[in-house]
Design a protein around this ligand. Structure first.
Ligand SMILES: Nc1ncnc2c1ncn2[C@@H]1O[C@H](COP(=O)(O)OP(=O)(O)OP(=O)(O)O)[C@@H](O)[C@H]1O
Ligand SMILES: [Mg+2]
Length: 515
């Protein structure tokens, strides 16, 4: 109405001046401040607009009767927000504010590099003048935090990879991401329930431990080392951890990282509330050159670790030229340890490092020292408690459903068979339409495997603990080396200090060692 009145009463050249004056007078007498948060700021998307939208969607005191419902791409939840030109009241620290969602038609398409939407959308925040200094900054910070939290809850996890090597995307990010849809959870994970519970509690304590880490002066991070034979659920465990905590996963491909400083950059670009994973750490980089340095002697590894620190020039993180010749991979163990442990590892917070390996005995002791990897978790061959979980998940067997006799048979044969949960689930999937048959077939398969292990005596697989025979290890090692790009002789600091004699006792079941 005001606009049409203005149009009829004033000539166009006076109209603008009058509106300006009117606004000035209005604001002079008004007891409120108004803040406009537009959807698009110039040509950039305004992050605050999206945050406010999400934040308001979580607030229940909606005064308007019409809400707009949205479901973002890859999101698993529906959010609601203010409809066009609707208002709502919110309170923060005892101060009441009013939000209005303002939608107007864009007058004419001005020139821009990318097409702008037809509508101009924005939120207007109204705060009493006397309250402005009380809350404005803290309120906006609160909204940003809350929005991030909601986004994380609504959206499926993200899985990041650095498979592109050192190259950056258009926004300068070294990580590529895809929605992380792995369905593995702690419920579906077959392992000793006691150990499982312990890990879950540990994760929960970690996630809720901000005050504790602050109080004790520790960086808010935790390291887990998962070890065990292939197919025992190490990767599934990582997915379960991410799903349990709602964290994103950064799957770090060490072979794609060329220098320590590149590794540091990758770390700096990870967000908090994330799990940083290095799979098969024993097959990565320098550790594969270990065999060539056999003469070094057992006690040398610690020294060589510090040697490598010196080589780096006191924390510069620059790889030594010519170290690996030909511009190959020149990450050093110290670079990796700095990554998990050093000052840079706390450039974000609430982060979990997970390393996996099939051969813990091949790892450098520097990696295993206390305080580095807080928990060592052994993923074992399928035990009876683990089998019960698989039977429940795949066939719907509840506790007590399984015939007692058959249960005992399973218990007797499982240990000797040394089958992995992956092997067991394979048999169960194949026969999942016929429960009885599935159990029978599994029992037969287990018996056959146990017999084979018995008859073989020195067969390729040892039953307990999953340590393969040396030839197999050697073979595997060769294979892994072949997969790597051909390299010159590498850093000499990583020694085969874990001699065969030092091998850990093979354990029968999942085991946890807290450091
Ligand atoms: N403990 C387990 N509980 C449930 N499923 C399992 C378990 N272990 C293995 N599986 C099944 O076997 C498959 C392979 O497991 P997974 O990839 O987690 O093994 P892994 O230990 O990471 O093996 P690798 O050392 O070869 O990487 C998974 O798809 C999963 O369904
Ligand atoms: Mg794996």
């Amino acid at each position: 109405f005001c606009q049409s009145l203005l149009q009829t009463v004033f000539p166009p050249e006076l109209r603008f001046a009058f509106v300006k004056l009117f606004n000035k007078i209005f604001h002079w007498f008004s007891s409120y401040y108004y803040f406009d948060i537009t959807e698009i700021d110039g040509v950039n998307t305004n992050e605050l607009y999206n945050a406010v939208q999400l934040y308001l969607s979580s607030t229940v005191s909606i005064s308007g009767s019409r809400l707009s419902l949205t479901r973002a791409l890859n999101s698993s939840a529906i959010t609601f927000g203010l409809s066009n030109n609707d208002c709502m009241v919110d309170a923060f620290n005892g101060v009441t504010v009013l939000w209005e969602h303002v939608v107007t038609q864009r007058q004419s398409q001005t020139f821009s590099w990318r097409p702008l939407p037809e509508e101009k959308r924005g939120f207007t925040l109204r705060i009493k003048k006397k309250d402005k200094y009380l809350i404005l900054n803290s309120y906006l910070d609160f909204i940003m935090d809350k929005a991030n939290e909601i986004r994380r809850k609504n959206q499926d996890r993200l899985l990041y990879t650095n498979s592109r090597g050192g190259s950056l995307d258009s926004r300068g990010h070294p990580w590529e991401s895809v929605p992380f849809k792995h369905p593995s959870t702690f419920d579906t994970l077959a392992m000793d329930p006691k150990v499982k519970k312990e890990i879950m509690n540990d994760l929960k304590d970690f996630a809720n431990g901000q005050a504790f880490y602050q109080k004790t002066g520790r960086a808010w991070k935790r390291g887990y080392l998962l070890y065990g034979p292939p197919g025992t659920g190490k990767s599934s465990m990582i997915a379960a951890m991410a799903n349990f905590l709602g964290y994103d996963i950064y799957d770090l491909e060490l072979t794609e990282v060329h220098t320590n400083s590149e590794l540091r950059k990758l770390l700096m670009k990870t967000s908090s509330k994330s799990i940083i994973v290095i799979e098969d750490i024993d097959c990565s980089i320098n550790l594969t050159n270990r065999k060539k340095n056999n003469g070094g002697g057992g006690g040398a590894s610690a020294r060589t670790y510090y040697d490598s620190m010196e080589m780096r020039g006191g924390g510069g993180g620059v790889s030594v030229p010519g170290e690996e010749g030909g511009g190959g991979n020149s990450i050093t163990l110290s670079g990796l340890l700095n990554f998990t442990d050093g000052l840079w590892s706390c450039c974000g917070s609430e982060r979990i490092f997970v390393f996996t390996t099939n051969h813990i005995e091949k790892l450098d002791p520097a990696l295993l020292r206390s305080g580095r990897m807080d928990m060592h978790i052994f993923m074992s061959h399928c035990s009876y408690p683990a089998l019960k979980i698989l039977l429940k998940n795949y066939l719907g067997y509840e506790e007590g459903d399984l015939d007692e006799e058959i249960g005992k048979e399973f218990e007797g044969v499982l240990e000797k068979a040394g089958m992995t949960p992956a092997d067991v689930s394979e048999v169960l999937i194949k026969n999942r339409r016929d429960k009885g048959n599935a159990v029978r077939e599994l029992l037969e398969a287990l018996k056959a495997r146990a017999e084979k292990n018995n008859a073989g005596g020195g067969s390729r697989e040892k039953v307990n603990g999953g340590h393969d025979l040396e030839e197999e290890e050697e073979e595997e090692e060769q294979e892994k080396r072949a997969l790597e790009s051909p390299k010159e002789e590498g850093c000499d600091f990583v020694e085969d200090s874990c001699k065969k004699g030092d091998e850990k006792d093979p354990k029968e079941d999942n085991e946890i060692i807290e450091k």
